[in-house]
Ligand binder design. Structure first.
Ligand SMILES: Nc1ncnc2c1ncn2[C@@H]1O[C@H](COP(=O)(O)OP(=O)(O)OP(=O)(O)O)[C@@H](O)[C@H]1O
Ligand SMILES: Nc1ncnc2c1ncn2[C@@H]1O[C@H](COP(=O)(O)OP(=O)(O)OP(=O)(O)O)[C@@H](O)[C@H]1O
Ligand SMILES: [Mg+2]
Ligand SMILES: [Mg+2]
Lengths: 225, 225
């Protein structure tokens, strides 16, 4: 279970400050499939970054499996992130110098996997996102949607129990996007928790619950029938 | 008028090669509003990059206002690009070290505009995309959709006659996306030529003509009624 309790996030830039999240409280049950929607700048990526332990709240508490994340050391945090979380970034964050295969293998390298095992895992994942022929290419040699699919594959490498996806189909045509969403639905049916930011309603329908954000707050929550 | 004549683009990577565009012939009339759609990797961005003189065909010809672009020197090309074209990149390509205002002003700086004029032009454009309060912030301090809107504003700075937009609403919620598209429709009604890649059908409807690509070729063309 993932739980935010009165979480706020303020970004300070010199004299100015931006209230990215304001007093947000929400729980995510294990195995849930939730979409986070809302206008540009409403706090969706900020919420996902906090959930992914990539950032800390300015105030409020974040509990991961009952444990108060704010009491954890940075190395504790990154260890748990590595084991339990898979993150698909809005801007992909692929390593330009690494090939597709090496980008996908990254989490496994940090977890100490043997080279041949991580290589075959990367090949399996690349096939799942339709990029088997591009394993030795670098991100700059790929289209936007192909880069996005590498980011998806990398997020699944460590078989995470919680998948955090920030606009996973933003650069994909409907058909390819549906393939990725079918993959997500499949992982969810295996019990994985999926929290996904999307602005596309035909993608949000894969989720059982839809959280609508506005100006850093939760405006409303829709539960699918 | 913009015209591609039997244009092919092959990317060579060591022993491998990718046929990004295969024997494409198409014209774009002055003042048209055209959408380019198709699966991820089908050649949409490659076509836009060629149209935007950011890359050269491997074979075939590209005519811009009747002039064969392949006969132009690089500096001629970039001069014309600066004067006549506005490009919204799929990955924004904002300068991280520059503020929002400075990013928008970039084309005007190269065109030798006076500082105070380019500053007020940047303020006007930032207002048009709803970012007046963020002029002094840097891209890393912005949300994905806010960065995308800065990229839109920058593409319009030099008042181009041809606007090339690669997924201009990919990171925007429906409402904000519609605002950007209303802006595009307005510019088109003023006579500007707009060629836009999108995978979102509710965005493609703004275009009078829709070109569908598949594996580097034009698969079919739809004309709106
Ligand atoms: N610089 C490059 N080097 C090598 N191959 C490239 C390069 N740029 C693009 N390609 C390849 O050319 C093909 C077409 O790419 P393009 O970016 O035009 O696709 P696209 O239709 O824009 O895709 P998307 O919808 O995913 O953005 C893809 O297979 C891509 O991997
Ligand atoms: N590092 C940062 N520094 C300063 N302000 C930030 C930073 N990151 C985000 N913000 C601001 O916080 C607000 C929320 O940003 P966030 O990225 O969460 O929005 P979002 O809902 O994901 O938007 P989008 O749909 O455009 O991606 C925005 O106004 C943004 O400019
Ligand atoms: Mg975001
Ligand atoms: Mg593209």
């Amino acid at each position: 279970v993932v739980r935010l309790e009165s979480v706020s996030k303020v970004y300070y830039m010199g004299t100015q400050s931006v209230k990215a999240m304001v007093d947000v409280s929400i729980s995510f049950e294990e195995g849930c499939f939730t979409a986070i929607m809302g206008p540009s700048g409403s706090g969706k990526s900020t919420m996902l970054n906090l959930l992914g332990c990539l950032d800390r709240p300015t105030s409020g508490k974040y509990f991961l499996s009952g444990q108060d994340v704010s009491n954890m050391e940075d190395n504790e945090l990154s260890a748990m992130r590595l084991r339990r979380l898979g993150f698909i970034f809005q801007s992909f964050n692929l390593i330009p110098q690494l090939t597709v295969a090496e980008n996908i293998e990254m989490p496994l390298y940090y977890m100490g996997w043997a080279a041949d095992e991580s290589k075959s895992r990367a090949e399996q994942l690349a096939a799942m996102v339709g990029l088997s022929e591009r394993l030795d290419h670098r991100p700059a040699e790929l289209s936007g949607g192909q880069q996005q699919r590498v980011a998806v594959a990398r997020a699944l490498a460590n078989d995470p129990s919680v998948i955090l996806a920030d606009e996973p189909t933003g650069n994909l045509d409907s058909a390819t996007g549906a393939q990725i969403m079918d993959l997500m639905a499949d992982l969810n049916s295996q019990g994985k928790t999926i929290i996904m930011v999307t602005h596309e309603s035909h993608i949000a329908v894969y989720a059982k619950r839809r959280i609508h954000m506005l100006d850093g707050r939760i405006e409303r929550i829709e539960e699918a029938a």
